[in-house]
Every structure is written in C-alpha cells, then in structure tokens.
Ligand binder design. Structure first.
Ligand SMILES: Nc1ncnc2c1ncn2[C@@H]1O[C@H](COP(=O)(O)OP(=O)(O)OP(=O)(O)O)[C@@H](O)[C@H]1O
Ligand SMILES: [Mg+2]
Length: 255
C-alpha cells in the first residue's frame, strides 16, 4: 500500500527558472497538500495536465526527492526515514532518468540486478522472461544510444522490473510507444496487478486510463480534484468518457 498524507513539495526557483515561469515568486508549490491511498492488487492512475505535479509526487514516493511537508509511506515504510527499504520494494520508471547510453540493455539489466542482489540464476531467468516478453532479445547487445525511442522505453521498463518489485511506479509508461508495444506494456501491468502487486502510473492518455486503471486520482495544480473508480468519476460529472469527466473537473477547478 502507498499512503500519501498531506504531501507538499515546494521548489526554490533560480532566476532563470523564475524567468521561464514568468513569475516573481521564487517558490513553486508543485504538490499542495495531496492525500492519496493506493492499494495492493490495483492499478492506480494519477491523471492531470502538464505541470500538475504527477512526476513530483512519483519522485517523492520513489525517494528521489524529499517532501517539503507531509508523509509518504510504502508498505508501511516511511520514504524519508526508511528510504533504502522503500527502494528495495519498488520498481520505478521515469522519463528523466535515462539508462547510460553507452552500455547495452543486457549490461544494464545485469548491473541493476547485482545492485539489487538478485541471485545469478534468478537474474538469468528474469532476463529471459522480460526480454522475450518485450521483444528486447533482438537488440539487447546494442548500445542504448543506438536504439529507437520505443526500444529505449521497453529497455527501461525491463530494467526497472529486474528485482521483481512488489510495487511498480511508472511515470507515463506508454509515452512514445506504438499501439502494439503500448498494449504489451499495459497487458504486463495488468498481469502484475493480477498477481497482487500495486501498480501506480501517471498518464494524460485518458482512453488508456479508462481501460487500465482500477482507480484514478485527478490532480490539478498540485491538489487532488477528484478520486475514484472510472464509473464513479463518470457518475460524479454526468459524463460517459473519462476525457469528458476530466474536462468537467478542470473547468470547475480553473474557473
Ligand atoms: N526540480 C524542479 N525545480 C523547480 N520546479 C520544478 C522542478 N520539478 C518540477 N517543477 C515544477 O513543478 C510543477 C509540477 O511539475 P511535474 O513535473 O510534477 O508535473 P507533471 O504533472 O509531471 O507534468 P507533465 O504532464 O508535463 O509531465 C511544474 O510547474 C514544474 O515546472
Ligand atoms: Mg511528468
């Protein structure tokens, strides 16, 4: 279970960032009092427009950055006080951590496997399973910089799953993937969910979220605008599609 209580993350902006954001305020409240609970055995989707605070939230959960205030726990472990324990049980995929481009996927997979202390024979069979499922075997010995966007994304997904994590946190997992590859990724996420794992994703692809997520949390301006199952959100907004529900909520929040 992931439990987020009143999470706030404030970034201090430098002069250049202030100019880019066209603001005189040096403090950016990226996440603002967010509380969410995601349970084992479900796919939870964080939905929201660009800059809503999705990636920042996922980075706090994944121990890459520290909350300014509020608490986050993963299977009962506090992300600040027990960050190593949290890192052991999560698999994290993000668009801002790239695999080292001069190595092959094969090498990176083994490297992260050793880092997570995966026994050698287990590592070999995990590699066989994941490389074959995601069709990585054909290019596994090529340097990552020679791969296409989709090949890189599939590689990053396989590497993030090397230690068979109980909790999978994927920031926009199907970004840049064609529909066939995207489907293989979402099918894999369903398989992980059906095995009882917790899958937390961020996306702005509403049609994907509608089909994939057991529950969704809609984030606007760092705050939770609504949360529930897709049917609940449709009922709440009197709409038939998640995309329309999103627009309804967005209109009300921004207006
Ligand atoms: N390291 C940082 N320093 C300063 N500001 C930041 C930093 N990281 C994020 N922000 C700001 O915080 C806000 C939320 O960003 P975040 O990346 O969490 O949004 P997002 O919901 O993931 O958006 P997207 O859909 O575009 O990926 C944005 O205004 C962003 O500019
Ligand atoms: Mg993001």
């Amino acid at each position: 279970m992931i439990e987020i209580n009143n999470l706030t993350k404030v970034f201090k902006l430098n002069k250049k960032q202030m100019m880019e954001a066209k603001t005189k305020d040096p403090l950016k409240r990226a996440v603002d009092g967010l509380s969410i609970r995601a349970n084992d055995g479900e796919i939870y989707g964080l939905l929201g427009p660009n800059g809503a605070g999705k990636t920042t939230t996922l980075r706090c959960i994944s121990t890459l950055i520290k909350p300014t205030s509020g608490t986050v726990s993963v299977e009962g472990h506090d992300v600040v006080k027990e960050s190593e324990k949290v890192r052991d049980i999560i698999g994290f995929l993000t668009s801002d951590i790239k695999l080292d481009e001069n190595f092959s996927v094969d090498y990176m997979f083994d490297f992260f496997g050793r880092l997570h202390k995966v026994p050698r024979d287990v590592l070999r069979s995990r590699k066989e399973e994941l490389f074959s499922y995601f069709g990585i075997s054909d290019f596994s010995s090529k340097k990552i910089k020679e791969l296409s966007t989709g090949m890189k994304q599939k590689s990053a997904i396989a590497v993030s799953l090397v230690h068979d994590p109980a909790i999978v946190i994927f920031d926009e997992p199907t970004n840049g993937l064609d529909i066939i590859t995207a489907r293989s990724v979402t099918d894999y996420l369903k398989k992980l969910r059906d095995e009882g794992r917790l899958v937390l994703i961020s996306t702005h692809v509403m049609s994907e979220a509608q089909k994939l997520c057991d529950r969704v949390g809609i984030i606007i301006d760092g705050k939770l605008a609504a949360e529930g199952t897709v049917p609940e959100l449709l009922a709440l907004t009197g709409t038939n599609e998640l995309e329309d529900a999103f627009f309804e909520l967005y209109k009300n929040k921004v207006a």
